[in-house]
Design a protein around this ligand. Structure first.
Ligand SMILES: Cc1ncc(C[n+]2csc(CCOP(=O)(O)OP(=O)(O)O)c2C)c(N)n1
Ligand SMILES: [Mg+2]
Length: 545
């Protein structure tokens, strides 16, 4: 069997159902031969984003795989892999490599060398018989430890060569690592001893599927819960103990509770300093539970730490905390939830005029508010993009079910959201999958709306068109005034139609809901829909201090 076919057979054994890619890479043809659905995108970056979402929305049970050609394909893929690395997403990247006689000779692009800092594992295969070993190593790494991309570069001439008969491959294991019981006791004591505890959950809770345990711990401790953007939907945001998600813009209750906290307990999070997450206040006590010790004491000095899988960590903590509390809450709940409710009511009263505004151009807040009240939120997977749309949606979109929101932003590549929605739809065809983005964002990856139409991946894409890079207005005053440098233009509803999808431009407040309903109906028929809302250049966000 040729090396490319061996790779395809191994993918099959690892349970891979679709290979996303861009030609030429012989693995694509070999995959089709063994009935792995091949999905061809319009540019590599979007394909990587799709693979990324497959892994995210399945908690890594299904690993997204992407293949591209050597040279231009690998050069053009860098953004997609770097984004997955930044946000810690497990994907398998299978670049072709230059033939061995040219491999590693300048100026030929070497994936092995160039992807070192955006993968957790990169390997170059120079012998066909090494393919099964390389694939075993890659899949073992991608499924275990901190989730991040892995890469196996196979030169085109190696792909064509025969792997000697008798090669073997067993699907690789997914292992879980439990925390040290001594540290568990220390953290449990601190959690029980705290007066004003805040729980901060990251995406480790999603990957460990530890949603139930998180809720149990919060209810037992009667402690408010927030999440990172990546962890959004790990805790029901309609729950009386929810403070909503972190991000650049946040709720008033989150701001206040973090300020007043005496102990912040991070579970399955990195505590990485970022503009797109809450700033961890100084002078607090921190307890940090995470899978990768690399993050401990990195950006936030912590008093207590635990290394391990989030589910096993929470299981262990629950036993200890229950024991210390004699099995039941202490009765602090009503006071905590009343305070959260009071702040939430104040905050919502302040924002309600924007969320229900009747003016034209439309308030982006109104569009997103109407969207949330028209779709079935529990059975929707939604993602934002970079720019204002992220900061307009993330505090107000109230998630009720796990993995119903793909939050991101350790790096913030404009145009990421489209591929995420498409990957989510591939993994969960029964759900409504939506990306919300601005008119600058669509400029990056918009052509892949054609992929959604051609490959029958019926997502709903919500475009907030304000004919501007509005988020840059404040920092580009002179350039805007003199040279109109933040202006952009386009008719994206027509664009969507031209690419084979459903497109509608919406300008009036009363048309928002009917248009959303028509678009949802189109997605149910198998047609991707783009709703282009003409919005104001909003510059108000729920940002504190
Ligand atoms: C690849 C990339 N380049 C640059 C940026 C910086 N950036 C963030 S948002 C933004 C403009 C966003 O404009 P738009 O999508 O129209 O949203 P708006 O703020 O107008 O609602 C820019 C340039 C980025 N996030 N990603
Ligand atoms: Mg814009």
């Amino acid at each position: 069997m040729k090396a490319a076919s061996v790779v395809a057979n191994i993918l099959k054994r690892e349970g891979v159902e679709f290979l996303i890619g861009y030609p030429v890479n012989q693995i694509i043809e070999a995959a089709a031969e063994v009935d792995i659905r091949t999905i061809i995108v319009r540019q590599e970056r979007t394909g990587l984003h799709m693979a990324d979402a497959v892994s995210r929305v399945t908690s890594g049970d299904r690993i997204g795989v992407f293949a591209m050609q050597h040279g231009p394909g690998t050069e053009n893929s860098f953004g997609g892999v770097a984004q997955a690395f930044g946000d810690s997403v497990p994907i398998v990247v299978l670049p072709g490599g230059y033939p061995r006689k040219l491999l590693n000779i300048t100026p030929n692009f070497s994936s092995f060398l160039n992807y070192q800092h955006v993968t957790k594992w990169a390997e170059q295969v120079v012998l066909p018989e090494s393919v099964p070993d390389a694939m075993r190593r890659a899949f073992t790494q991608v499924k275990n430890g901190r989730p991040r991309p892995v890469l196996v570069e196979i030169p085109v001439d190696v792909m064509r060569e025969e792997v000697p008969d008798g090669w073997q491959y067993k699907p690789t294991p997914k292992l879980r690592v439990a925390p040290d019981p001594k540290s568990v006791s220390e953290v449990a004591a601190a959690l029980v001893g705290a007066e004003r505890l805040v729980i901060y959950a990251g995406q480790g809770v999603h990957y460990a599927k530890a949603w139930k345990q998180l809720r149990e711990l919060a209810e037992l401790l009667e402690a408010p819960v927030t999440t990172s953007l990546q962890g959004k939907s790990a805790f029901p945001e309609s729950h009386p103990l929810s403070l909503g998600s972190g991000g650049r813009s946040i709720s008033k209750q989150l701001h206040q509770f973090l300020k007043d906290a005496d102990l912040i307990f991070g579970i399955g999070c990195s505590f990485a300093t970022t503009n797109y997450g809450v700033t961890m206040p100084k002078g607090k006590r921190y307890a940090h539970a995470t899978l990768d010790p690399l993050d401990i004491n990195k950006d936030v000095p912590v008093e207590l730490a635990l290394a391990g899988d989030a589910a096993l960590t929470l299981d262990a903590l629950l036993l200890e905390v229950r024991d210390r509390l004699k099995g039941k809450p202490r009765g602090r709940g009503p006071a905590v939830t009343a305070e959260i409710k009071r702040l939430k009511d104040e905050w919502m009263a302040q924002w309600m005029p924007r969320l229900t505004q009747k003016t034209t151009p439309l308030s982006p807040y109104r569009v997103l508010w109407d969207l949330m009240h028209t779709v079935d939120v529990a059975n929707t997977i939604i993602t934002h993009d970079a720019g204002s749309p992220r900061d307009q949606i993330s505090p107000f979109w109230e998630c009720t079910t796990p993995l119903s929101y793909i939050g991101w932003g350790k790096t913030t590549q404009l145009g990421y959201g489209l591929g995420l929605a498409m990957g989510a739809k591939l993994a969960h065809p029964d759900k409504l999958c939506i990306n919300v983005w601005g008119d600058a964002a669509i400029g990056f990856t918009g052509m892949d709306f054609e992929t959604a139409a051609r490959e029958r991946i019926p997502i709903l894409t919500v475009l907030l068109n304000n004919f501007s890079m509005a988020i840059e207005l404040k920092v580009m005053k002179a350039a805007t005034e003199k040279y109109r440098s933040t202006d952009i233009s386009g008719n994206y509803a027509d664009f969507a139609k031209a690419l084979g999808g459903w497109g509608e431009r919406v300008t009036q407040p009363d048309d928002i809901v009917p248009a959303i309903k028509r678009a949802m109906a189109k997605t149910r028929e198998g047609t991707p829909a783009l709703l282009e809302f003409i919005t104001e250049k909003a510059e108000d966000f729920s940002i504190f201090g």
